[in-house]
Design a protein around this ligand. Structure first.
Ligand SMILES: *[C@@H]1O[C@H](CO)[C@@H](O)[C@H](O)[C@H]1NC(C)=O
Ligand SMILES: *[C@@H]1O[C@H](CO)[C@@H](O)[C@H](O)[C@H]1NC(C)=O
Length: 159
């Protein structure tokens, strides 16, 4: 019962499978999922790292009531809120299924916004010349952001 469209689809899948390097099991699995329908890509490792980043941002924000009520703390409270929104957006993009390299670049831009939020928290303390109670959190969060964007960059090139 194979119609013309199904045959084209099968040929496209064979072509994609041939160009895949060995060892890219995750990507291969995702491409198979794509061939099965939906036409979307995901990356479970990137999703796990984004969730870790979201959780660590929430934990950092929960620290706010314990570290006083200065303008700097209020600013970090605000920037963590913004970072959480950015990470929820990045997760929604990924979970919605990314179809193009541009989709991964868009996700990277959103993660970069979250990284700028942590940077802004560090900056207000640096300007005030007070030590930041969030410095360890922000260092970890920015490193996680870089890791997520490296993964997204790899995905973009393999999509
Ligand atoms: C960040 O802050 C939370 C809350 O104080 C803490 O539990 C956590 O260990 C800190 N460090 C990192 C790297 O997330
Ligand atoms: C921190 O932000 C929350 C909203 O996300 C707000 O309810 C709370 O009052 C803020 N705390 C400070 C110290 O700014």
């Amino acid at each position: 019962m194979a119609n013309r469209q199904q045959i084209y689809f099968a040929l496209a899948f064979v072509a994609v499978a041939m160009v895949l390097p060995a060892g890219e099991a995750n990507v291969r699995r995702d491409l198979q999922a794509q061939a099965g329908g939906g036409g979307v890509l995901s990356d479970p490792n990137l999703e796990a790292s984004l969730k870790e980043m979201l959780g660590a941002s929430e934990r950092a924000k929960e620290k706010v009531p314990a570290v006083g009520n200065s303008q700097m703390v209020k600013e970090c409270n605000r920037t963590y809120g913004a970072a959480i929104e950015h990470l929820n957006k990045a997760l929604a993009l990924l979970q919605g299924g990314i179809k193009t390299p541009q989709g991964f670049l868009e996700l990277e831009a959103v993660v970069k916004e979250a990284m700028n939020d942590y940077e802004e928290c560090d900056r207000v303390f640096a300007i005030s010349t007070r030590p930041s109670p969030f410095i360890i959190n922000d260092t970890y969060l920015k490193a996680l952001g870089s890791k997520c964007n490296q993964m997204a960059e790899t995905d973009a090139h393999q999509t």
